[in-house]
Every structure is written in C-alpha cells, then in structure tokens.
Write a protein that binds this ligand. Structure first.
Ligand code: SAM
Ligand code: DTB
Ligand code: SF4
Length: 335
C-alpha cells in the first residue's frame, strides 16, 4: 500500500511563490512616494479607522543576563552594557505597572522577559497568573518570553493570552549577521506553536541593522507569508546601545526616515488587517515623521516613558500629538 506523504506543517503558507511575492513587494516598495502613500491609505481605510491609534505599554518583567547574542540588544549576557539585570518581577509589582498603563490609556499590556526560551517551572506559572490578571483588568495581555514549546503555547492560550510577540527581526538572509545563537527557522517554529494554539502572533523586526533594501523587502515577504498573517507587526528602529556590536552601525549609519515610512506603507498594503506598530525609535522622531508613519498605515504605538531598557516619549507628549492631529486613541480592548 502506498502511504500518503506526511504533510510537514510550517508557520508559512506553502502555496506562496517566494520569488513572485518578493517581486510584488519590491514593486510596491519602490512606487513613487505619493502613490505608495495613497495605496497604503486606501487599504488602511478599508480595514481600519484611519484616525485611531492603539496604545500598548511594555513592562520588562525579567531583565538582562540573556544567553542569546542578538547584536542589537542591551540585555544579552554576551555584551557589556549598562542595562539592569534582575530576575522575574513579582506578580503584584507587574500588576501595579499594568494598572498605571491602563490609567494612561493603554489597551494592551506587553510583558517581556530576557529569556532564550520560557522556563518550565514556577516562573512560567507566575507569568500565566500575570496574563490572567491583566485580562481581568480589561487589557489585552501580550507576552514575549523567547522560544516556546508547544504545550507552553497551549497553556498561555488557556490563561487568556491575546498576543505573543516573537520578532523575525530582519530578512532570513541577513539574520546570521545579527544573531548567531539561534536560527531564523527556530523563530518560525515558535511562531507555528503560537499560531496552532490560536494565539494572535505579534511579529515584526528592526530597521537599521545594516540591512539592504533587498533585506527589507525579504523581511516584509517573510512576514506576509506567515499563515495566518500576524495580527500585529511592530516596526522598530534600532535604538543604538553602547556596548552592543550594532552600536557603531546605529550611530554612524542610521536608517533613512523614508525607508522606515516605505517599510510601514508596504507592510500595511501586504498585511491589511494587522495593527502596524511604530515601535522603538520614536523618541528620536519629529512629530512630522511620526505623522507620516500614521499616514502610511501605522495604527499603534508603544506608550509609557520606557520601552524595555530604553526611553520612550512621555504619554503626555503622545496625547498632545494625537490631539494635534485630530486623531483618537483606541479605547476598546479586544478581550
Ligand atoms: N527575549 C525575547 C525575544 O527576543 O523574543 C523578548 C524580548 S526582545 C528584547 C523583543 C524584541 O525587541 C526583539 O525581538 C527586537 O526586535 C526588539 N529590540 C530589542 N532591542 C532593540 C533595540 N536596541 N532597538 C530596537 N529594537 C530592539
Ligand atoms: C518589539 O517589537 N519592540 C518592543 C517589544 N516588541 C517587546 C521592545 C523594544 C525594545 C527597545 C530596546 C529596549 O528598550 O531595550
Ligand atoms: Fe535575549 Fe531577546 Fe535580547 Fe535577544 S532580543 S538578547 S533573546 S532579550
């Protein structure tokens, strides 16, 4: 008897021809700027309220001493940086931060831990408790804990997790220039477990890692190929951290603002339903630059005066900007 081939599941849509997809993305990315913005706005308006911005707040629930060697990160044990090192925060402290975030307008609370992979012990149980409590407070709970096993993804779903953040960071081609302690495929494996558990995937990356335009196009193709596509796409601009291998690169060769806007607009067109989040890097952006990002289809920001280890604009400044633009803050959480 001939056995049917075992279908190997993957995080990606296998019917997509990657070369054709990259070619399509390249054409969009390189459109004359006004045409690109027009197309992005048209799609944005079809799928979203284009005047609304979602506020998400981060908490660094476990900081530093991470065994991974991500070349941009202040929390890697491989780099000598000034950033704080501490173990998993207790539940009460985290919930205090969550309440402050809610009072300051956040509808999503994202808890990040500097782990290579989520542990299988009481610490994971504590994270599950944090997820349940944040949900009870009426916010969308999100965590980013590094790599997950299948059963951990299932437990997070049971606890009521809304989103799991796990970035691919850059193109598959550029990946090994940035990180050597894990592969692009390791990233996809966790994303697949999260998809299979029915959790919303939050997946994006960083611009300014010394990538080429072709890398940015390939990065967007890798995101757009995910099946289902990510519910949120954080677009970070490298925050150059002294002591990290990418510090010099970030200071001497920062990514051009127009490349950031083109990446946002192309992501909006390729992933119409996603929340596209203007993430790290806003502190250095003018109000006009941030406004162009919103016009290009970004509809979410990280709010609160701190990201994980670096500074972020104060909430009062963000409120002023949103008001100046006649835009509104999203008030309803998806829970
Ligand atoms: N350890 C977990 C992981 O790597 O998935 C979670 C925390 S990690 C800090 C979350 C994301 O923050 C990274 O994937 C990266 O995209 C972003 N990030 C970290 N350091 C950054 C920096 N210096 N500038 C911009 N984005 C950064
Ligand atoms: C994401 O894409 N950006 C956030 C969140 N996901 C976890 C983190 C940004 C970190 C910026 C550098 C820092 O503060 O250490
Ligand atoms: Fe660790 Fe995440 Fe930083 Fe990489 S990005 S060093 S995995 S905390």
């Amino acid at each position: 008897m001939v056995q049917a081939p075992i279908e190997k599941k993957s995080a990606n849509n296998s019917s997509v021809n990657t070369d054709e997809l990259k070619q399509k993305i390249e054409e969009i990315y390189n459109l004359p700027f006004p045409e690109l913005i027009f197309q992005a706005q048209t799609i944005h308006r079809e799928f979203h309220n284009s005047s609304e911005v979602q506020f998400c707040t981060l908490s660094n629930i476990k900081s530093g001493a991470c065994p991974e060697d991500c070349g941009y990160c202040s929390q890697s044990a491989h780099h000598k940086t000034e950033s704080e090192v501490y173990g998993l925060m207790n539940i009460e402290e985290v919930l205090k931060e969550a309440k402050e975030a809610k009072d300051n307008g956040a509808t999503r609370f994202c808890m990040g831990a500097a782990w290579r992979s989520a542990p299988d012990n009481y610490q994971f149980e504590n994270v599950l408790e944090m997820v349940r409590s944040v949900k009870e407070m009426g916010m969308e709970p999100c965590v980013t804990l590094g790599m997950l096993k299948k059963d951990q993804a299932e437990k997070l779903k049971e606890a009521g997790l809304h989103s799991y953040n796990h970035n691919i960071d850059t193109s598959p081609e550029h990946y090994e220039n940035v990180i050597s302690t894990r592969t692009f495929d390791d990233r996809l494996e966790t994303i697949q477990y999260v998809q299979e558990a029915g959790i919303n995937v939050c997946c994006g990356g960083i611009l300014g890692l010394g990538e080429t335009k072709a890398d940015r196009i390939s990065f967007i193709a890798s995101l757009a190929k995910l099946d289902p596509q990510p519910g949120s796409v954080p677009i970070n601009v490298l925050a150059p951290i002294p002591g990290t291998p990418l510090y010099e690169q970030g200071v001497t060769n920062p990514v051009d603002n127009f490349e950031v806007i083109r990446t946002i607009a192309t992501s909006r067109i390729m992933m119409p339903k996603a929340q596209v989040r203007l993430s790290a890097g806003r502190l250095e952006m003018s109000d006009e630059m941030q406004s162009l990002c919103f016009i290009a289809g970004a509809n979410s920001i990280f709010s609160g005066d701190k990201l994980l280890t670096t500074d972020n604009p104060e909430s009062s400044k963000d409120f002023q900007l949103i008001e100046k633009l006649g835009m509104t803050r999203r008030v309803k959480a998806e829970i």
